[in-house]
Design a protein around this ligand. Structure first.
Ligand SMILES: Nc1ncnc2c1ncn2[C@@H]1O[C@H](COP(=O)(O)OP(=O)(O)OP(=O)(O)O)[C@@H](O)[C@H]1O
Ligand SMILES: [Mg+2]
Length: 362
């Protein structure tokens, strides 16, 4: 698809470069300029041309984007605007200066390391805070009007170099699934692995299926492996239905046993055996975080994200490993909502930050 970098959308959003490609859209980094030289970075999602002809899809996309734009929470990527120009559709969002969780985990796998468990837990808490806000949404008439995300997957969890965790693409999965059923099956690749078992049996997505998704991405981040993997979609589908999941402690003997138990609850095959709410799940993770004393999760996560991004952009073969930074983290603050912006200076307790298979430093 043509690269739109350099173009200005709706007279105000200047696209500078492609930031990423997803199943149905290309995401650009851009800027919106104000008076007196003010400018703000934005992410502009451009729906691929082949989808814009699908009237139902576009209607649904607009509706979902509108609902999503109502959600304002520090752990949710804010939707700012929706524009259509020359028959193309653009969703304008807050720009997150960082990488997505999929890329973050990949940076670790590529360099033979494992994500420190406390960082994975911090990502989980942030994701759950965002999800909880959507699940607890109250409609204009004062009645509960929960928004189910439906697509909690590593690419939709964005991690900032400032340590923030932000969930993106609320509700867009519904529009995407609709488009997939209107076009050819299998148009949406790579998302199957994150479905909850009951969804593969035709049940609706619920709060509990979103929570299973969080359990799934945490298990994957910690193990460096897909929880349900296979050569074909059918194979993956069968595995999800069986829902035979190894306790994470078998893959990562360094995690606290309590964390392994929390993930077993989140990943229970029967939705009735999972956590009741995102809040309950986040609280359980917060209790685990208390074991990581002397660490500030946001600072450590931000530094790790910056490091991962650098590793991913390094040219292969140049042989330069970035230095592992000494990072201060205060896990005693883990019960607070992420982002945990305040850094408490305290001596480093490096236990929590030790990467079990870390490569020797140069
Ligand atoms: N608000 C944002 N700020 C910065 N980067 C973003 C933002 N939104 C998306 N990205 C980047 O662009 C990539 C593509 O996003 P996109 O949502 O189109 O695809 P996806 O999440 O991989 O799949 P899906 O189509 O299912 O959402 C993301 O993986 C992420 O790296
Ligand atoms: Mg996405």
């Amino acid at each position: 698809m043509a690269d739109l970098s350099g173009q200005t959308i709706d007279g105000k959003y200047q696209l500078t470069e492609i930031a990423g490609e997803g199943g149905m859209a290309t995401v650009y980094k851009g800027f919106v300029r104000g008076a007196a030289g003010f400018q703000r970075a934005v992410a502009v999602k451009h729906i691929r041309p082949e989808y814009r002809a699908l009237k139902n899809y576009i209607d649904m996309f607009i509706e979902e984007a509108r609902v999503g734009s109502e959600l304002a929470h520090p752990n949710i990527v804010q939707v700012h605007d929706f524009c259509s120009e020359n028959g193309s559709y653009y969703l304008v969002m807050e720009w997150v200066d960082g990488i997505d969780l999929g890329a973050f985990a990949k940076a670790y796998v590529d360099s033979g390391r494992q994500v420190p468990w406390a960082l994975a837990v911090a990502v989980g808490i942030g994701t759950l805070r965002g999800l909880g806000a959507a699940h607890d949404r109250v409609g204009p008439n004062g009645q509960p009007a929960p928004i189910i995300h439906r697509d909690v997957s590593p690419h939709n969890v964005l991690l900032g170099i400032n340590g923030v965790v932000k969930l993106s693409d609320f509700g867009l999965a519904r529009a995407r699934d609709r488009a997939a059923s209107l076009t050819a099956p299998g148009t949406v690749k790579g998302k199957l692995s994150y479905l909850a078992p009951e969804v593969t049996f035709g049940k609706a997505n619920t709060v509990q299926s979103d929570l299973f998704g969080v359990g799934n991405i945490l298990w994957e981040t910690l193990s460096g492996e897909r929880i349900f993997d296979g050569k074909t979609d059918v194979e993956i589908f069968k595995k999800i239905r069986l829902c035979n999941i190894a306790p994470i402690i078998e893959k990562r003997p360094d995690v606290p046993p309590g964390l392994s138990a929390v993930l077993e609850t989140a990943l229970a095959a029967d939705p009735g055996n999972r956590y009741a709410t995102a809040e309950e799940f986040a609280h359980a993770l917060g209790q685990i975080m208390k074991q990581a004393v002397g660490i500030n999760a946001a600072t450590a996560l931000g530094a790790a994200v910056a490091d991962a991004r650098q590793r991913l952009t390094e040219k292969p073969g140049d042989g330069q490993l970035t230095q592992d930074k000494s990072i201060e983290i205060d896990f005693s603050r883990a019960d607070e909502p992420i982002p945990l912006t305040q850094v408490k200076r305290s001596p480093v307790d490096s236990n929590m930050m030790t990467e079990p298979n870390i490569r020797p430093k140069k």
